[in-house]
Ligand binder design. Structure first.
Ligand SMILES: [Zn+2]
Length: 238
């Protein structure tokens, strides 16, 4: 993902071939700032919901063509791994401990999320992330932190069951991933700001088109306001 010098989303850069090897030294990752791995979990959180939406829409993958069953299965495993091991991994990492949960999360954040998205597709969550980069207030936040909030917005847009919303919100709150625009740096979210994000998220060349229903900027702006309100509600922060 490429950004302009002033921090706005520019474009996705796809190379002709995947790397021959992706080598990760988990002892180095375990010694790195925890916020980085948590942000990685925020990015990986979107994978399954975007893969499922693209599948339901019969949409395309970023690399071209349609996704298969394998990508969707890995995206699902990515989500299940986050739910099973995410909190365990975060608390272990805070002590610099390389536990099996940390190993599983590193695999989920990289291989499962990487293949899960590349072989399935992106949808609303990343489009909303890209829209959020229009607000200078959000520039201090990591990619995965904005994607985590974008995932909640996608779930609101889809009218996901309360149970699913609570699972995702609870996960984000436990990990310290942002569930409100205030946590993303926007002190008082206005409808105008939500609309700026929504308009950019619905750009014709972005991945909102992989949602299985017609999405307008007004719907996205309302989902952003709704997700922000839900975040405040579950944080009990009024
Ligand atoms: Zn991402």
């Amino acid at each position: 993902m490429l950004y302009t010098d002033d921090g706005q989303f520019d474009k996705y850069l796809f190379l002709k071939a995947n790397p021959n090897i992706v080598l990760m030294d988990t002892t180095v990752i375990a010694a790195s700032p925890v916020r980085l791995t948590v942000a990685g979990m925020g990015d990986a959180l979107a994978t399954y919901f975007e893969a499922q939406a693209t599948h339901d829409a019969d949409g395309g993958t970023c690399a071209g063509g349609k996704g298969g069953m394998a990508g969707l299965a890995l995206a699902k495993l990515c989500y299940e791994t986050l739910m099973a091991d995410g909190v365990k991994a975060k608390v272990a990492l805070e002590k610099g401990a390389l536990t099996p949960a940390v190993e599983h999360i590193i695999e989920a954040n990289t291989l499962l999320s990487g293949i899960g998205f590349e072989s399935s597709g992106l949808a609303a969550a990343h489009a909303i992330h890209n829209g959020l980069t229009m607000l200078p207030e959000c520039h201090g936040m990591y990619h995965g932190e904005k994607v985590a909030f974008g995932t909640i917005v996608q779930l609101v847009l889809e009218d996901a069951p309360t149970e699913k919303l609570e699972e995702v919100l609870g996960f984000c709150i436990e990990l310290g991933l942002p569930v409100t625009m205030k946590e993303l740096g926007v002190a008082e979210l206005t409808r105008e700001q939500a609309m700026i994000v929504a308009e950019a998220a619905c750009a014709p060349d972005d991945t909102m088109c992989n949602m299985p229903f017609e999405v307008t900027p007004e719907m996205v702006a309302n989902a952003i306001l709704g997700a922000d309100a839900l975040g405040h509600y579950y944080l009990m922060d009024e």
